[in-house]
Design a protein around this ligand. Structure first.
Ligand SMILES: *Cc1c(COP(=O)(O)O)cnc(C)c1O
Length: 386
């Protein structure tokens, strides 16, 4: 099997399990994003911090000039610490608490993506107390489905996210009466791990209609934020390490009718960081059962929860062995039956001590780790450090 290239000797000097980030690939990915967005007037990308907030990873992304998309006060703090300028920070979330809103106001972030009228009232009140005016975009639920896992589609009317399309104009009118908020645009996000450009096209069509409607009522919109959601190839991290950003941005360039001077914002998370990260773990035991054999590794669902949480597939490679392949169930040490990384996986013959790479784990991996079973959180290393 074709495998990724890893600095095995360096790996042997550090405690497993750990996350490894190939910063060369991350930089190549960021260059590919910048190359495509520079071809289009008014496009800008905010990195969705929730995918991976490792400070070293954030720093590389910040240096490439991207903005930050945050979904909590903690993420705003992490983004500022990594060096993202506050005027490039956007803040979304259905349940923003007062301290988080105050933080955004105090730091003069670019904009709050507001998800309800009650939230708008609170932002107006808190900004008023500080004698400030907060920029707001309204997150509209476009009722557009995405052909992805049910738990990661967010743009349907039945999901908890956003303001219903029918209420859009009322909210905009309400905000015009408020002194301490300024309406600057519309925000959307339909889901994650989307590979069918038709889904983004459906979003474009919806936005075109909404814009026509607003234009008839002479409502001006300066910014359109279409969220993120571009997927990656979990099946072929070695062949397709960089997502098809050209197809993605071209879809919006072709299908979305931007008005004169309008800015288009994107919030990519997974597509930026997923492929550069691997979870590196060690085989503790090879156990032969009646019908199958298990490779028991020292990483568990506490380190990478995606397989247990939504049956996610991660490619698994034995990077220490070149012996003929055999089938293994790759399992962790956690006291949960769902602590399984893959069943009947073909791996080069495993021995105690072999290093195993779980690929495409840079997004929603390290950041979702927990300390269940009193385990230590996995450390994340970038290439330069090892
Ligand atoms: C999660 C999220 C994103 C990023 O999604 P990806 O699938 O990782 O690109 C962007 N915007 C919002 C509002 C989100 O909640």
């Amino acid at each position: 099997m074709i495998k990724g290239t890893f600095p095995i000797e360096q790996f042997q000097r550090v405690q497993t399990p750990f996350y490894y980030y190939d910063t060369d690939l991350l930089r190549d990915t960021l260059r590919a994003i910048n190359k495509e967005t520079e071809r289009h007037e008014g496009f800008s990308v905010h990195y969705a911090v929730k995918a991976n907030a490792n400070p070293k990873v954030l720093n590389v992304i910040c240096q490439a000039g991207l903005g930050a998309d945050c979904v909590s006060g903690g993420e705003i703090e992490a983004a500022l610490k990594a060096g993202f300028p506050s005027n490039k920070i956007v803040y979304a979330g259905v349940g923003k608490s007062d301290w988080e809103i105050n933080l955004g106001i105090d730091k003069d972030i670019f904009c709050f993506n507001v998800e309800s009228i009650s939230e708008l009232e609170v932002i107006d009140e808190l900004a008023g107390k500080r004698g400030k005016v907060a920029n707001v975009c309204f997150r509209i639920n476009p009722n557009v489905g995405a052909h992805t896992h049910a738990n990661i589609t967010t743009g349907l009317a039945e999901n908890k996210f956003g303001i219903a399309m029918n209420d859009m104009e009322d909210v905009i009118h309400e905000s015009a009466k408020m002194k301490n908020v300024r309406f600057i645009g519309l925000h959307f996000h339909i889901g994650s791990q989307i590979l069918d450009m038709g889904d983004f096209e459906a979003l474009c069509n919806r936005i075109n209609n909404l814009q026509d409607q607003l234009e008839r009522h002479r409502i001006k919109v300066e910014n359109i934020n279409v969220g993120g959601g571009l997927g990656i190839s979990y099946g072929h991290p070695n062949h397709l390490p960089i997502p098809d950003f050209k197809a993605y941005f071209d879809t919006y360039a072709k299908k979305l009718r931007l008005r004169h001077g309008q800015k288009l914002h994107f919030e990519l998370g997974r597509a930026v960081v997923a492929q550069c990260g691997s979870l590196i773990t060690k085989v503790l035991y090879v156990k032969t059962g009646a019908f199958k054999q298990f490779a028991i590794v020292d990483a568990g669902m506490t380190d990478l929860i995606r397989p247990a949480l939504y049956n996610a597939y991660h490619r698994i490679e034995n990077i220490s062995s070149d012996e003929p392949e055999e089938a293994y169930d790759v399992v962790g040490p956690i006291c949960e039956s769902s602590d399984v990384f893959g069943k009947a996986i073909d791996l080069n013959k495993c021995h105690r001590g072999d290093l195993i790479a779980l690929r495409s784990a840079g997004a929603y991996g390290e950041i979702m780790a927990s300390q269940y079973n009193c385990r230590k959180l996995p450390i994340g290393y970038i290439k330069e450090e090892l």
